[in-house]
Design a protein around this ligand. Sequence first.
Ligand code: KPL
Length: 307
Amino acid sequence: MSHHLKGRVQIVGSGAIGSLIAAGAQRNNIPYSLAPRRPEQLTQRLTSYSGQRLLLADNLSQAEALGPTDLLVMPLKVHQLEDAARQWQDRLDQATPVLLVHNGMGGLESVRRHLPYQPVYQATTSHGVYKPTLQEARHSGFGRTIFGEAPDNVNLNDTQLQIVFETISRCLQPVTWHPDITEALWLKLVVNAVINPLTSLHDVPNGALAEHRFQPTIKHICQEMAALMQSEGMMFEPQLLADQVRHVIDATAQNYSSMHQDIKHRRRTEIDAINGFIVEQAQKKGIDVSVNAILYEKIKKMEAAYS
Ligand code: KPL
């Protein structure tokens, strides 16, 4: 049976991934609203992966409040989530589903400070999208999306899960449901812990990380991640993690990572939620993650130079 969203997809912000979701909604005739913090940041056009230009003409104005048949999508960085959750907390029905899409960890905890009992869903995507200008987005890398339910949801609602899954499947295809989204987020964390800081520090596209000179560092990070994940109850061989990282390096070879773009545009990066999170967790467990710690410090220095 097919389940349809009866309401709208309300997207918070107008970043690259939010714009891709808006374009997917428009193509599928799903009512949506893309709501940037400042009007000049609103994405108006998206160039699809196949090169078609799409005008985001169906964009509704931001909803005053959202009911149980709407979907609130927060494709924001972890450090932006707490504020956004605070702003929306009084405008949501207790059953309005909220979807988080971000790199790194700690987003769910930030959102829970203001929305402790909200039904939350999480997704991680490897689509490459960037905004060459404030009004324009480009879908430059065709990836995939993994989707699941937050592990701490109180009322499990299979019908809602289906509806959110089908909606996001249309907007960010292809989407796979994962019964343990936290594990999928950890695996993506490994990819981001390698690709994002290294491409930023060396000022290279993702594909350059296939070069011989980067392999010892990548191997070392994967060993650190395997040890940390093991302490969280997830058993992955370092080599398997390294294979996965390599797969993403090859699949996104031409792309510049999101951290590379953030640094280029002098924006705050996701380093705290990626390598910063890793260092913090490892400290609690007494696990050595010195390569992650070095990358963290170096990116923090780069950020400090312009912020
Ligand atoms: O998620 C990404 C990012 O850039 O943030 C990867 C998968 C590394 C692709 O660039």
